[in-house]
Write a protein that binds this ligand. Structure first.
Ligand SMILES: Nc1ncnc2c1ncn2[C@@H]1O[C@H](COP(=O)(O)OP(=O)(O)O)[C@@H](O)[C@H]1O
Ligand SMILES: Nc1ccn([C@H]2C[C@H](O)[C@@H](COP(=O)(O)OP(=O)(O)O)O2)c(=O)n1
Length: 240
């Protein structure tokens, strides 16, 4: 709890004041090309890229009990408890000094989404879904050579399973809300980016037309801060 209060203090001075905070989620199956497209989006649209997987891999490097727990879950291709990943995301957002965030590999399931809504609660502008066939994703993962502990056939199978069972409901949720933007990720990276660019360019147009809601109006961090002091940060609403 003390650490979170510290983070909030940092936030006060670290976000550019009076600016709208923009969040876009990027989802897709393992190996669909999320990281590849995010790198391109960052260089063209000035977002801060927060990869949920990278944040967890960083956490694994810390020689702690939590790090070991995360390492084991990732090795099995399972999802890490939502509170952990949402806390890591919040910390990274606050530390970035930026007001535009590309959150890659999140939300992975309904629990992730609900935890985000409870703790951070900045509505995403849209959710970019990179669509790709399972065969192509499998081929890419087996060739990516990043030395990842989870890029082996057995773990890949479990990650596909999680995508089918747990991420599809999240996709359906955002589709119902009209927030899903789907691109065909089976093509070459630059071709995929042609479609991605059009989607992000619309975001810029909206901002210029002033259709976005300002941070002052929504003030999600104020709500978050109040929630923190009402004691509901640990996901259990103790007021009930
Ligand atoms: N459109 C694409 N066509 C072919 N290979 C790709 C494409 N996008 C990404 N890759 C390659 O596939 C692998 C997985 O991509 P990555 O961006 O790491 O996926 P994810 O972040 O979704 O797991 C990487 O080796 C990457 O270079
Ligand atoms: N929101 C998230 C994101 C990733 N994870 C864990 C589980 C995933 O299998 C691993 C790797 O995720 P990452 O996004 O880096 O990689 P892939 O899309 O599976 O290639 O991290 C999680 O538990 N919760």
């Amino acid at each position: 709890m003390a650490e979170v209060v510290e983070v909030h203090k940092d936030w006060i001075g670290s976000f550019p004041s009076g600016k709208k905070i923009t969040v876009v989620f990027v989802i897709g199956g393992p190996g669909s090309g999320k990281g590849t497209q995010c790198a391109k989006i960052v260089s063209q649209f000035g977002f801060t890229h927060l990869s949920a997987g990278d944040l967890l891999r960083e956490e694994v490097k810390s020689d702690t009990e939590q790090g070991t727990m995360i390492k084991n879950l990732m090795h099995e291709g399972k999802l890490v408890p939502s509170e952990i990943i949402v806390r890591l995301l919040l910390k990274a957002m606050l530390a970035s000094g930026n007001d535009k965030f590309l959150i890659d590999g999140f939300p992975r399931d309904e629990e992730n989404r609900e935890a985000y809504e409870k703790i951070i609660n900045i509505e995403p502008e849209f959710v970019l879904l990179i669509d790709c066939s399972r065969e192509e994703m499998e081929r890419r993962i087996l060739h990516r050579n990043q030395g990842r502990d989870d890029d082996n056939m057995e773990t890949i199978r479990q990650r596909f399973e999680v995508f089918q069972q747990s991420t599809l409901p999240v996709i359906q949720h955002y589709e119902k809300m009209g927030k899903l933007r789907r691109v065909d990720g089976t093509r070459q990276p630059d071709m995929v980016f042609e479609d991605v660019k059009v989607i992000f360019a619309q975001l810029n147009t909206q901002a210029n037309e002033g259709s976005g809601v300002s941070r002052v109006q929504t003030n999600p961090f104020k709500r978050w801060f109040l929630d923190l002091f009402c004691g509901c940060f640990d996901m259990q609403d103790r007021r009930n």
